[in-house]
Design a protein around this ligand. Structure first.
Ligand code: PNS
Length: 157
């Protein structure tokens, strides 16, 4: 049986923490889709095309990984694309409460299981929001995001 999993997110922008989860998940599933929410509720820094370009660049060496945009419910995307597993990274207990609610809702709405992966400790404090804040005030983000993202942040901020 071929198992297709999805790593969903806003990826505004993709961080080394995201990439770590994507890489580790890609080694455990036959096929992995990285699904980028097109219309994130909050105003994104990067438009969806830029977020997709960056994602495609950073997963280019992973043969079983594909990047796609999605709108609406994640479970509908899963149904359309034959995805049976959602993979989420957990950085801390504070992530768990909301992730648990989403996992249970997604399981209720569709035939899809959520698998949680613990974040690697070196990335447990990392988020796209913090990266943007550090970059906005001129801080060094080279340890936190792929070099392509460093360049795009410099252009935008
Ligand atoms: O990177 P983020 O912003 O934490 O990702 C959140 C995301 C995109 C995974 C989540 O908001 C989502 O799945 N949105 C799609 C809408 C949906 O399915 N909502 C119900 C979830 S229970």
């Amino acid at each position: 049986m071929t198992v297709t999993a999805v790593c969903p997110g806003s990826f505004d922008p993709v961080t080394n923490g995201h990439l770590d989860v994507i890489r580790r998940a890609s080694s455990r599933f036959d096929r992995l889709l990285v699904a980028c929410l097109r219309n994130a509720g909050k105003q994104p820094l990067f438009d969806v095309d830029t977020r997709l370009d960056l994602l495609n660049e950073v997963v280019a060496d992973l043969d079983n990984v594909e990047v796609a945009a999605f709108d609406g419910l994640l479970v509908d995307f899963c149904l359309q694309r034959g995805v049976t597993v959602i993979v989420k990274g957990l950085r801390a207990v504070s992530d768990f409460e909301y992730e648990l609610q989403m996992a249970q809702m997604n399981s209720h709405l569709g035939d899809v299981e959520t698998f949680f992966m613990t974040a690697s400790p070196i990335y447990s404090f990392l988020s796209s929001s913090l990266v943007k804040e550090v970059a906005r005030f001129g801080g060094d983000v080279t340890d936190f995001v792929p070099s392509a993202v460093v360049d795009r942040l410099a252009e935008h901020l």
